[in-house]
Structures are given as structure tokens and as C-alpha cells.
Design a protein around this ligand. Sequence first.
Ligand SMILES: [Zn+2]
Length: 361
Amino acid sequence: MCRIQSSNLALALVVVSATSMVACRLVETGAGSDSAVRVGGNPSNFTFTEIVPDIYHAQGVGDIVAMSNAGIVINDEDVLIVDSHVSPAAADVLLEDLKTVTNKPVRFVVNTHWHMDHSHGNQVYPSEVEIIGHEASRAAMVTGRSNSGRAYETFIGSVPGRIAAMEGALDTIGDPELRTRLEETIKADRLFFAQTQEVVPTPPNTTLSERMSLFRSGREIRILFFGRGHTEGDVIVHLPDDGVIITGDLLPEGLPYMGDGYVPEWIETLEHVKALDFEWIIPGHGAPYQDREKIDHLQAYLRDVWTQTVSFHGSGTDPEKTAVGIDLTAHAEHFKGAIDPPGGIGLAVLRIFELLDGTAN
Ligand SMILES: [Zn+2]
């Protein structure tokens, strides 16, 4: 079975191939790592939810694919945006839609990490805007990793092949409604891929190694690095006066992509996050939440993926068989699709094998 999923969309296409049959069905996936809905012509592209006064969660809901959330911090004199989405087009639309919330100038952008869906809108910001990120995130972008490698190939590089597969499947669909939906998805994917081709990776122009603070009219904005996790350079934004943390993919609402992660260190890094004083978590994907137990659940999941994979690795099992063999159903209570994190469990297993073999970059 070949599963073709429009990256992080509400609409996904599943193609089932058999020797004598190709059947397509369209399924609603509901919550995923991202919630941008590209099909449907929503006149607004982002929703802005005020979590506490002047702190917003921005989520893509319209025709533009943002892939990640943004956190918006409105100060007396200016605005700080956390993460810049997957393309200059998406970042431009965010800035346009932001005018419905504030006319203050954006002076700071924080990249929680170097993955393309959090940093590939950087180029729309003028040079006087401080783009802040961990020094490892800058190094990753300078050396081209945001525009290549596992995450990029999984979520962007795969798009042309997916479009071709969907175009091929069109001929097999008789149902006019399904045909229309598939044609809309193909059109949206083409537009999305074209937008990603406009990217000029633009690294942070201000870096930190452990922590820094901005002081804006009485509000402290802390940018903190506690160790490696989802990548080698994840920072979180802590607003101690507002009781909010903005966490990128170190701590999403659901399961994170694990293909570039440092799993044992990630568990430890989350321990530091838990020690912070906050009421609200604005994650890099998914909805804001207050339930701190979700952090424990993610740690338990990471620990289990690690332990089981180490065991298979130790017994000489190859990554493919390991991905099939590990049992994560115990986590289904807390994570929809517990065995299928973004990018697939196979990439998580490959990554852990690299960590164990000393070949991880
Ligand atoms: Zn990421």
C-alpha cells in the first residue's frame, strides 16, 4: 500500500495499489502536525487567537500553506513573531493578515529551529528586523540543511512525486465529487510547491548559545536553549510575566517529527521546560493548551520509541523490520496515530539507528 498524504492537510489521499486494481479514497485526517487547510477557499488565511492579553496564536486556515503556527507578541512599541512559516508567500500573508490585529511594526522574529516550516519565510523581513535563533540553527541554514536533507525531502521534495501519483490516479476515479476534490488538491499542491521554490534560506542575524532576554516596555521576553532535542538548536520563548511558553517542535500539541532528533537528550531537555513557570503552551503545530501532563506523555513516548528501537538495533534487526516491529499502541490514549508521527515512524527509527551507529549529523 502506498500512502500519499498531502503534507499536513485536512484532506489526504490514500492510494491503494493491488495487481488488478487502483482504488482511491479521500479521507479526512482531522488533527495532524499542522492544520493548514488548503482547499475550500477560506477568505482568511490565518486565525489569531488571543491566549492572554497581547499574546496570540496564529494558525493557517486558508488557501496558503503555512505548515507551522506562529506566536505573536505585541509590545507597546513593536511586535515579535515566533517562526516564519514555510515560504515567503506564507510569511507575506501572515503579515498582511496581522494588520487586522495590530499596526505596530514587526521588529523581532524568533526561529525556534532551522526546519523549513519554521524559517523559510525569513526573507520577507527587512534587514532591520532582528531574526533570532540558536547558533546551531544559523549554522544549519548557512550550510543549506533547511533546504535539503531528511525533513526537506520528506515534506517538500516529495511533493512533485505526489502530484504525479495523484494525476495518474485521476483516470481511475469515476465519482465526480472525488475527482473534483482530487483536482483541487493537485492544484493546491502545485501552488504550494511553486511557493517553496521562491525560498532563499535566510539564517538568523542574531544568535544565542544558551539564553537571551529582550525587554520591551516592561515585558521580558526570554529566549532559552536547554539542550538538543527535536534538532540541535531548539529554542523556546518564555514570557514569564504573561505565563506563556512558545515551544516550536520541541513540544508540539501532538507527536513531533523525529527524523532529525536527539531522542535521549530531548527527554532531558523537556525536563528543563517543565521546570519553567507558565500557564499556557503555544506549540509549533496544533492548538495551544494548558495541560502540563502532555509533556510527560511526550517524554514517555520518546522514551518508549528509544528503548524499543535500541533493543531491535542490539539484536541486529534492520531499520525496516524495526519500524514494523515496535509497538507504540500504549500511547494511543494520548496521541492520535501513536505509531505514525509526522514523516512516519520509519524516519524516527532511521534517526535512532544513526544516533546509535554514530552517523547522525
Ligand atoms: Zn521541526
